[in-house]
Write a protein that binds this ligand. Structure first.
Ligand code: FES
Length: 112
């Protein structure tokens, strides 16, 4: 099937992102994003931590809905990308997401 809107790319099957997990995927554009499932809400953030460029998907999706980087413990708001705990100072890019027919599509970066 085709993507729900232009600018969206097929990223994964919904079943591959169970509740409470994160999944690293590479888009057709070459960008790596980290899909997450927070209590049934599917979202996508950059898989590159703005602190020192390590993979965000190695981190943890916390109970409060923030995402913690595994490397130096920075935390980010999953919806806005805002820094919630240092050492990061720059926000984590957040992407538009659409789910259709059991597939997850990732669109453009949201304006920060
Ligand atoms: S690379 Fe993520 S906190 Fe340092």
């Amino acid at each position: 099937m085709s993507a729900p809107q232009s600018g969206f790319h097929l990223a994964a099957a919904l079943k591959d992102v169970p509740d409470g997990t994160m999944l690293s995927v590479q888009l057709e554009t070459g960008e790596r994003v980290c899909l997450y499932n927070f209590r049934g809400e599917i979202g996508a953030v950059s898989d590159t931590c703005p602190h020192q460029d390590f993979p965000m998907c190695d981190g943890t999706l916390l109970e409060d809905g923030t995402i913690e980087c595994a490397w130096h413990g920075a935390r980010f708001d999953r919806l806005t990308g805002d820094v919630r705990r240092h050492p990061a100072t720059d926000p984590l890019p957040v992407y538009e997401v659409a789910v259709a027919d059991g597939q997850v599509f990732v669109g453009p970066r949201r304006a920060s």
